[in-house]
Design a protein around this ligand. Structure first.
Ligand SMILES: NC(=O)c1ccc[n+]([C@@H]2O[C@H](COP(=O)([O-])OP(=O)(O)OC[C@H]3O[C@@H](n4cnc5c(N)ncnc54)[C@H](O)[C@@H]3O)[C@@H](O)[C@H]2O)c1
Length: 328
């Protein structure tokens, strides 16, 4: 069994690799070629946390996977990830666990890559300005995904915690300098979204984190954080301004995300406003952006197929490179 730490993975696997893996995952998912039972959630009220178990199986790839990812929002103040996780990769022919990967990093990669996939397929070609709202554990890969798919000149980042925002912008200017974009910490979400072509929201907020009237025509949004019914980071007005609304999985989004469930229940939108799953866009079954003026929204809650395909792509590269530690 191969053990792969974050630093093992960082040496062999890029954001562009992660975006390729997610595209494959969304395509397999939309063709019904992955088995992804709805994840099991067990609340841990004592610690204000949730245990999540995400199984998946792709017969075509002879691989199954189980991600154990536990959401403990209080961890951020203890200096440890708020979604600690491991991914078990399982040989589909023998049932033997072939690898254990740092699931926190696999999650960050595949979640960033979901936004990267949406922006690659849906953002305007000439997009220049990015906005990132939320600078917690998932933020770095969201930022890198934006930079990996468009030639941005600047990205504005905003978080309720000003100190975290400033440190994040400083670190990212250094870490992602090869992309040539300037990363600015800004003082409000209005400053972040003003004139932005690509917008990511990645917070656990239960109330909208930006003002939809400030979003310019032609913008593409990826909303990542709302995974429970009461959670809502998207200003629902954006859904009435958007001409297209995509999901990683409509079924998964409608089973858990307040970003879409609340405006549906309030009658602000109906299911007729939904364009479809991004996998169907990749397969050419549904339409993409048709003009530079359209506002387009992508909502993602994450599907197990992303973890499986990402982990398998990492594993294959690790075997080829002789990376990681083999536990006999
Ligand atoms: N879609 C997916 O596949 C997926 C995967 C992993 C995590 N998530 C979700 O994404 C969200 C963010 O995850 P994380 O690990 O980065 O969380 P985190 O706790 O590490 O960081 C969240 C950040 O959001 C900030 N924030 C909260 N409310 C805000 C507001 N109104 N405006 C601006 N900033 C605000 C906090 O100050 C914090 O810095 C969580 O809800 C998590 O469950 C989604």
């Amino acid at each position: 069994m191969l053990l792969l730490t974050r630093s093992d993975i960082e040496k062999i696997f890029t954001m562009k690799d992660a975006i390729e893996a997610d595209k494959q995952a969304f395509s397999l998912f939309s063709q019904g070629r992955s088995e992804v039972p709805i994840r099991t959630q067990i609340p841990a009220p004592k610690a204000n946390g949730t245990f999540l178990f995400m199984p998946s199986y792709v017969p075509d790839m002879d691989v199954a996977a189980l991600k154990v990812v536990n959401i403990f929002p209080g961890n951020i103040d203890k200096g440890i990830p708020s979604s600690p996780a491991q991914v078990l990769l399982i040989d589909g022919n023998t049932g033997v666990v072939s690898a254990v990967l740092d699931g926190t990093y696999v999650t960050q990669l595949r979640t960033g890559a979901a936004s990267g996939t949406a922006f690659d397929l849906l953002a305007t070609r000439e997009a220049k300005i990015g906005a990132l709202i939320g600078t917690g554990g998932q933020a770095a890969t969201q930022l890198e995904a934006m930079l990996a798919v468009r030639n941005l000149s600047e990205v504005r980042v905003y978080d309720l915690n000003a100190e975290r925002t400033k440190n994040f912008a400083e670190n990212m200017n250094e870490k992602l300098s090869s992309y040539g974009a300037k990363i600015y910490a800004v003082a409000s979400s209005d400053d972040a979204v003003d004139n932005a072509d690509m917008i990511v929201t990645v917070t656990p907020s239960s109330k909208p984190v930006f003002d939809a009237t400030k979003v310019k025509k032609g913008a593409t949004l990826s909303c990542v954080g709302a995974y429970q019914h009461h959670m809502q980071e998207m200003d629902p007005v954006i859904l009435t301004r958007a001409s297209k609304i995509y999901f990683d999985s409509k079924e998964a989004v409608l089973s858990e995300s307040g970003d879409i469930l609340i405006p549906l229940e309030e009658g602000l939108i109906t299911e007729d406003d939904f364009t479809g799953d991004i996998g169907d866009l990749i397969l050419g079954k549904i339409i993409g952006r048709e003009s530079d003026d359209e506002i387009i929204v992508f909502e993602t809650v994450g599907i197990g197929t992303q973890d499986l395909v990402t982990a398998k792509y990492i594993y294959d590269k690790a075997i080829a490179a002789g990376a990681g530690y083999t536990w006999e």
